[in-house]
Ligand binder design. Structure first.
Ligand SMILES: *[C@@H]1O[C@H](CO)[C@@H](O)[C@H](O)[C@H]1NC(C)=O
Ligand SMILES: *[C@@H]1O[C@H](CO)[C@@H](O)[C@H](O)[C@H]1NC(C)=O
Length: 465
């Protein structure tokens, strides 16, 4: 088991370990991506070899084609027995953001187990999906299962640094082959349990769109000077004032113009009195609700384009007035806005010609996937969630605040996680063993449920793992 894994080398571990241990070993491979040019490709190649060794049924199946795309990403084509059924796709990524060990309770690539949790960079983002999908498929194949509906599995290697070599090439390949998908599932949202104030039962949120993003550099340049004759305003003072104006003047509140309205409407009956009344009468209460949502950072992000000043640099010596000051700001764009509009608003807020603005990268929010009774993906997610998580009371549409691989292959998507977003990319990223197993069960059930050609009725707990 897992204890064994901790005390042995990767090679031994590969041969002996079972489901959770396979996962633990995968966490130990440091597949870090720092920038598009700076990836640990040794680790990515090792990850590729590792999955081949631990998922023999997947790699030897006659109806599964495996391709390496962009050198380190993986595309699996699982040929279903009924070519009439429209295929779907499951996405994940193997790469992780860097994790300096300072501040972690356990080293970030140790995959330490503690009180029912596995700690490590990538445990939530997103080796849980990458290994989880393959694990579910391996289990099914070992039971001589063959799907009726075809599907694709894409595992990218550069998602954290824009996905240009991995997910984008996979998308181009599928497009060139004329592939049409009925839905696509990526990382995205969570089962919220006790997180929404006023809602008692767990609620599964399916992200049906994803925010856009624009990153801007701000620069102020002036003649350098000596600190004994300072000018009235320094580059630092001018730039700091501009950053402060951006923080004091957030972008407009767009409550009601994006998927957050659908979330609240679908959740209305879950709230206790009098919130249920308020939420089901948004035509009247929308101004109050939108003001309440603006209070907390987590809900504020639902209703507007957010502003995050992430870098600020100036000065080299105690007695020299610096000739330049630089700052970088990242905005996550609400579904109802475009990158160009954000740029325009930011220029008006800064309102100072001495502050030069450069665009580092920009992309608009994704289109919103349909959410209705006619959509196959919505039915499949609802049914599979209720099969796997019997305590979940409702399944609602929502937005994804994080950017996933599916930017390049748009459609509906979902991923099971009961955790707090601050741990993703943060310190002490971890997943409970129970939730990791639940995720495999969810994927196992999802693949089986997709074999239906009629839209199914949800029913409770019919799994057999
Ligand atoms: C890259 O990954 C390999 C193992 O796959 C590891 O030995 C090496 O230390 C990693 N490099 C860095 C810079 O972390
Ligand atoms: C933006 O600033 C960062 C950090 O100073 C720098 O690395 C990057 O090259 C800049 N990009 C542009 C387009 O100015």
């Amino acid at each position: 088991g897992a204890g064994f894994c901790k005390s042995h080398t990767l090679l031994v571990c590969k041969i002996y370990c079972l489901a959770n241990s396979v996962y633990i070993c995968a966490i130990k491979i440091p597949t870090v991506s720092v920038s598009p040019e700076d990836l640990n490709t040794t680790a990515m190649a090792e990850f590729g070899n590792y999955i081949q060794e631990v998922f023999p049924a997947v790699f030897s199946s006659k109806f599964i084609q495996h391709e390496i795309v962009g050198k380190y990403s993986h595309l699996f084509t699982v040929q279903g027995s009924n070519p009439e059924m429209m295929p779907y796709m499951l996405l994940a990524h193997m790469d992780v953001v860097p994790a300096p060990p300072e501040g972690w309770d356990f080293p970030p690539f140790s995959a330490a187990e503690h009180e029912g949790f596995i700690y490590g960079r990538g445990t939530l983002d997103n080796k849980n999906s990458a290994i989880g999908i393959l694990q579910a498929l391996e289990f099914l194949l070992r039971r001589n299962y063959r799907p009726r509906r075809s599907f694709y599995v894409g595992i990218g290697h550069d998602e954290e640094v824009f996905g240009r070599k991995g997910a984008m090439e996979i998308a181009a390949l599928l497009e060139a082959r004329g592939v049409k998908l009925s839905f696509l599932l990526d990382e995205g949202s969570a089962i919220l349990d006790g997180i929404i104030a006023g809602v008692k039962k767990p609620v599964a949120v399916i992200a049906i769109t994803e925010k856009g993003s624009i990153t801007l550099n701000f620069t102020v340049e002036k003649e350098p000077g000596h600190s004994s004759f300072p000018p009235k305003e320094t580059t630092i003072g001018i730039l700091a004032a501009a950053m402060s104006r951006l923080e004091q003047n957030p972008l407009r509140n767009l409550f009601g113009h994006g998927p957050e309205l659908m979330t609240v409407e679908h959740l209305a009956s879950e709230f206790s009195f009098p919130l249920n009344l308020i939420m089901s009468n948004l035509w009247l209460f929308s101004p109050i609700v939108s003001r309440v949502l603006a209070w907390k950072p987590s809900t504020n992000a639902l209703i507007r384009t957010t502003t995050a000043v992430t870098m600020f640099n100036a000065g080299i010596k105690t007695n020299v007035i610096p000739s330049s000051a630089k700052a970088t700001v990242n905005f996550r764009i609400h579904s109802a806005e475009k990158a160009t509009e954000v740029l325009e608003t930011v220029r008006n807020t800064v309102a100072d010609d001495r502050v030069k603005i450069d665009v580092v990268e920009a992309f608009d929010p994704l289109p919103i996937s349909p959410w209705d009774d006619q959509t196959f993906g919505v039915h499949i997610f609802q049914r599979t969630i209720l099969d796997t998580f019997p305590d979940v009371d409702s399944v609602v549409p929502g937005n994804s605040e994080v950017l996933g691989t599916c930017r390049w292959v748009t459609n509906a998507r979902w991923n099971e996680k009961r955790s707090f977003s601050s741990r993703i990319h943060g310190l002490n990223e971890r997943i409970s063993v129970e939730n990791y197993e639940k995720q495999i069960e969810f994927l196992f059930q999802l693949i089986k449920n997709c074999d239906t050609d009629k839209l199914p009725e949800p029913h409770a707990n019919s799994h057999e793992l």
